[in-house]
Design a protein around this ligand. Structure first.
Ligand SMILES: NC(=O)c1ccc[n+]([C@@H]2O[C@H](COP(=O)([O-])OP(=O)(O)OC[C@H]3O[C@@H](n4cnc5c(N)ncnc54)[C@H](O)[C@@H]3O)[C@@H](O)[C@H]2O)c1
Length: 367
């Protein structure tokens, strides 16, 4: 099937035991037919897929409002009313929003339920489905609270990508590019060898999924709780979250991360870093430029962005200290590094300029 040399079934080690990942085209049919005994939380998008299934999921709109602390009590009450008890197995079907909601509820309901997960967006397939994190929004604060509670098994059907909008497809590919880049030159080059694009075949996408998951597996096994190596996967995220939030989520997560990586590279150049001896930096930039344009009206979204709001959001990132910005950046040789940069008016000007330069580069590309 896939062009990848990586195994399509593997285990991920975690402090609560190892869990299995099975990647196979068509495996979702098995989930549809096997779920009578389970309680299911499914993305509203899959309502029609269940019309002929014996299962009766709780359907949830995949929105940021849905994964808020305000909404979880209704879901918990719904589960209780439908008989969920300590031995219930929860099944989650959907992208990162359904994963976050389900993982959070599974971790707290009667002090913890076992759960399994069918990721259905490219982002969830290449990235979020492994690692065990759940995050829930509180009021205006995205992902403020959360838990670590990995599923028992992840059944991953790449065919789900066939129905995804182009920008969601690109959003996931950007996360895969980021993970493979962070892991090193060989995984990144293996990623590019699959010729990732929103027009790629499902077989080729399966190769990208495996490349990305195997690269991420290294980070989460060596640093499950985000203390050191795993932090590097936040590459592009300080800028990206700020851009995503300031656009009122009109710019999807992965696209915002891609724009954030472009900003991080511009920021380094502002600080005098030269990447000419690291050709993979230019390859990454070229690939991201190609991908981010999958978002319709990207230029208009960026033109309406308030730079002041982006900067304010960058400043409120929970990883900074009172005196220093904590940023994941790229060293001259191309490797990803965590740096603490002293807060100052000069740094703020460089941050602002790096966003401005990113916006200009997008405008030049469509001119
Ligand atoms: N827990 C983690 O480790 C982790 C990691 C990264 C991101 N996240 C979170 O994930 C969320 C983003 O998730 P996402 O990008 O996977 O998307 P999503 O869950 O927000 O879904 C995006 C859209 O795609 C639709 N959709 C889902 N599957 C589909 C399919 N197969 N075909 C057509 N449409 C489909 C959804 O209904 C929704 O409209 C954010 O809230 C982010 O914070 C969590």
């Amino acid at each position: 099937m896939s062009a990848s040399s990586k195994p399509s079934s593997f285990s991920v080690a975690s402090s609560t035991g190892s869990y299995d990942v099975i990647v196979a085209q068509g495996i979702f049919t098995e989930t549809l037919n096997r779920v009578e005994e389970a309680h299911i939380l499914a993305d509203e998008f899959f309502r029609t897929a269940f019309e002929t299934s014996p299962a009766t999921p709780i359907f949830i709109e995949a929105t940021e409002q849905a994964k808020s602390l305000d909404r979880t009590p209704q879901l918990i009450e719904h589960l209780r009313a439908s008989g969920a008890n300590r031995s219930t197995h929860l099944v989650a079907i959907g992208g990162g929003v359904l994963q976050d909601i389900s993982a959070f509820i599974a971790s707290v309901y009667m002090r913890g339920l076992s759960w399994s997960y069918d990721p259905t967006t490219v982002l969830a397939m290449v990235d979020s489905c492994i690692g065990g994190k759940s995050s829930i929004n509180v009021g205006p604060y995205k992902n403020l609270i959360g838990t670590f509670h990995p599923p028992k098994v992840i059944l991953l059907d790449p065919n789900h990508a066939k129905t995804l909008p182009r920008d969601q497809f690109a959003s996931g590919l950007i996360e895969a590019a980021k993970i493979c880049y962070c892991r090193g030159p060989e995984p990144f080059s293996a990623y590019l060898d699959h010729a990732p694009s929103i027009a790629m075949s499902i077989d080729a996408l399966e190769g990208v999924i495996l490349e990305s998951l195997h690269a991420k597996k290294w980070f989460i096994e060596i640093d499950e709780f985000d203390k050191k190596e795993r932090l590097l996967l936040n590459f592009g995220h300080t800028f990206g979250h700020a851009i995503e939030g300031a656009s009122q989520y009109a710019i999807p997560h992965g696209i915002a991360v891609g724009l954030g990586i472009l900003c991080a590279l511009n920021f380094q150049r502002q600080r005098g870093i030269d990447f000419t001896t690291a050709p993979r930096v230019a390859q990454l930039e070229a690939h991201l430029h190609q991908m981010v344009h999958a978002l319709p009206n990207l230029r208009e979204h960026l033109q309406t962005l308030s730079l002041d709001e982006v900067l304010e959001r960058i400043g409120s990132d929970k990883k900074h200290t009172t005196t220093h910005y904590t940023l994941i950046l790229v060293a001259p040789a191309g490797e990803v590094i965590l740096e603490r940069i002293p807060k100052s008016a000069a740094t703020d000007t460089q941050l602002q300029q790096s966003i401005h330069t990113m916006i200009q580069s997008i405008e030049r590309a469509v001119a």
